[in-house]
Design a protein around this ligand. Structure first.
Ligand code: SF4
Ligand code: SF4
Length: 194
């Protein structure tokens, strides 16, 4: 099995896709995630990108830490002048899951509060509040949870302000099993609204 396939399985990549399909990046973002920082690739992904465009793939180098891990300094050379990805159908794992990010916990994914990330955080809070409102916990507890999550949403909204200029964003951690629940919540919300 290719390394990117194994990693995708481990990090619930398909669940992340089921969440991301409910959102669309605003043009005003200017492909921030392809323009700043570093982009990481697995070896098999580099081979695919090299076949696609050898010249652009020349900017990808080994990250110096692991034989199978590669990187490119942003802006990514596959980002075209219209702000779109020229390798979209073959884009690397990290690109396909952003604003979710892998971490070393092995149990959670990080979520960056970029414009799309913030909308996901807001829906996540709605799901938590909705779940507790239907549970048997006391009214006081329901109020406490609602207030706590409203504060969380407000703090991520504040983080979103001028996010283009921040080197590091406050990341929210979402456990793998809650990703599945969020995905189901979003699908049922969409079905109700259609
Ligand atoms: S994923 Fe976030 S940072 Fe990247 S283009 Fe979409 S809104 Fe912007
Ligand atoms: S490969 Fe595509 S999605 Fe990934 S960073 Fe480059 S332009 Fe962005």
């Amino acid at each position: 099995m290719e390394i990117s396939t194994a990693v995708k399985k481990a990090i619930r990549y398909s669940v992340v896709q089921n969440i991301l399909k409910h959102y669309q990046c605003p043009d005003t973002c200017g492909a921030h995630c392809c323009s700043k920082g570093q982009i990481h690739f697995f070896e098999d992904e580099v081979k695919v990108l090299t076949v696609l465009d050898q010249e652009k793939a020349k900017n990808i180098t080994n990250d110096g830490l692991s034989a199978g891990l590669y990187q490119m300094n942003a802006p990514c050379s596959f980002l075209n002048t219209s702000g779109r990805c020229d390798a979209y159908n073959s884009r690397p794992t990290v690109c396909g899951m952003y604003p979710f990010k892998v971490n070393t916990s092995g149990t959670t994914l990080g979520l960056q509060p970029c414009p799309i990330g913030f909308l996901i955080i807001r829906d996540f809070a709605e799901w938590i509040i909705d779940t507790f409102s239907k549970s048997g916990v006391s009214d006081e507890e329901k109020t406490r949870i609602k207030e706590e999550w409203q504060k969380n949403v407000d703090s991520y909204e504040a983080e979103l302000v001028d996010f283009h200029f921040k080197p590091v964003l406050k990341e929210m951690q979402i456990p793998f099993d809650e990703l599945e629940m969020l995905s189901m919540f979003l699908s049922s919300k969409k079905a109700k609204n259609s």
